[in-house]
Design a protein around this ligand. Structure first.
Ligand SMILES: [Zn+2]
Length: 401
């Protein structure tokens, strides 16, 4: 009799504790929500283990509109708190919603580029609101600089730019001469908070996501010329809401994104010039938009399927679920349209650009890529050559962690 109770108790325990764990483990992807904050930024990243990082908090005011949308995305992603809040810079459309958000959810760690660098009341107020939120939450504040990492468990979050500085050396596997620099017009000086944006490259296995906040062209060119310090990425969050002051060819074309997501508003961002540069980027498969850009024209907006808000009803988000193998799915919450982007077949020359997952057989994968991608008959001499080239390559990662 007693053993029967024990059995029932064990069964209940398994159902209550085990099933949710199983459900969580079955979600092996990194979730990224590009939340609609009407031409600001709020991007939520949630790892399979439930660690959350939010990049920016949208606007203040609007009766908690942006904070409510962030909380709704957190519910969908299954998280109760923000483990890491990264503020790119102190403009209202990025840090403005911080007090409203902190009233609704717990924020544990705060990541920033340091004090406000713009001589304007708007950014002085933004910085004050940021400091007040850190104090209210009794949060841990971490000011980072280029080359640092944001310590989110399960993600590699590499700081590329901060406080108008950028990484001095290319990332492993990057550093090739950037052919798009020669034709790049000289960018104007920018003394605002935009070029101070804290920009990060987030890697999850082989998947790479780039978010440079509102970094403007002057810093883009310094970061990307004459050599490409970043390498290539899978998903590019189009800088600065798709405004023409950002998104130079020397950045966008060189990083060779497969998918771009533009966090524009109906009447903010989505400049025809920037849209065209992103659209024409070599290798781009789709340009997703948070809004139809009203002030632009039909030929400088993507097809409706990949636009989250057509400006009748708004608040729809774009979601990415990425796997460690580099494949990912992007979906539109307005119409449930979704598209799968398969694990990329890469040129061996690109190989060093990615951190290899544990157990990854490097030379063999390179050979598979050669034979698979170019569909040439496997010539054993070629394979041996390729294997020795990869083994001897300085781009080969020293660690397979
Ligand atoms: Zn902005």
């Amino acid at each position: 009799m007693r053993s029967r109770y024990l059995f029932l108790f064990s069964l209940c325990f398994l159902l209550l504790i085990g099933l949710p764990l199983l459900a969580q483990n079955s979600n092996s992807g990194l979730q990224i929500y590009a939340i609609d904050v009407e031409g600001g930024q709020a991007t939520l990243l949630v790892t399979p283990n439930g660690q959350s990082m939010l990049v920016d908090t949208g606007w203040p005011g609007f009766e908690n509109r942006d904070a409510d949308r962030i909380v709704a995305a957190m519910k969908l992603a299954g998280v109760q708190q923000i483990d890491y809040l990264l503020i790119t810079h102190y403009h209202r459309d990025h840090v403005g919603g911080i007090a409203q958000l902190a009233d609704k959810v717990k924020i544990v760690n705060f990541i920033d580029h340091g004090p406000n660098l713009e001589d304007a009341d708007q950014t002085r107020d933004g910085y004050k609101a940021y400091e007040a939120a850190v104090a209210k939450e009794n949060g841990k504040r971490l000011t980072v600089k280029p080359g640092d990492k944001v310590p989110v468990p399960g993600l590699d979050v590499q700081v590329l730019t901060a406080a108008r500085e950028h990484i001095a050396n290319p990332l492993p596997g990057a550093g090739q001469p950037n052919a798009f620099c020669a034709s790049e017009p000289a960018p104007p000086d920018d003394v605002t908070e935009n070029p101070a944006s804290l920009g990060v490259l987030v890697s999850f296995g082989k998947f790479r996501f780039l978010d440079l906040g509102d970094l403007t062209k002057q810093k883009e060119v310094e970061l990307m010329c004459p050599n490409n310090r970043i390498g290539k990425v899978d998903v590019f969050l189009v800088s600065h809401h798709g405004l023409f002051q950002s998104n130079s060819k020397s950045l966008v074309h060189a990083i060779h994104p497969r998918v771009a997501i533009m966090n524009n508003g109906p009447k903010k961002g989505g400049s025809p010039e920037a849209w065209q540069i992103v659209h024409d980027s070599p290798g781009l498969e789709d340009l997703w938009q948070l809004h139809y850009a009203i002030d632009s024209d039909k030929s400088h907006n993507s097809t409706n399927n990949v636009i989250a808000n057509l400006n009748d009803v708004d608040g729809n988000y774009i979601k990415v679920v990425a796997k460690q193998d580099g494949s990912f799915v992007v979906s539109n919450s307005r119409n449930n349209f979704q598209k799968t982007y398969a694990e990329p077949k890469r040129n061996p020359a690109d190989f060093g650009r990615l951190p290899a997952p544990a157990g990854f057989d490097y030379p063999k994968a390179a050979i598979d890529t050669i034979t698979g991608q170019y569909e040439k008959p496997a010539d054993s001499r070629g394979i041996e050559q390729a294997a020795s080239m990869v083994a001897a390559s300085p781009l080969r990662p020293t660690s397979l962690n």
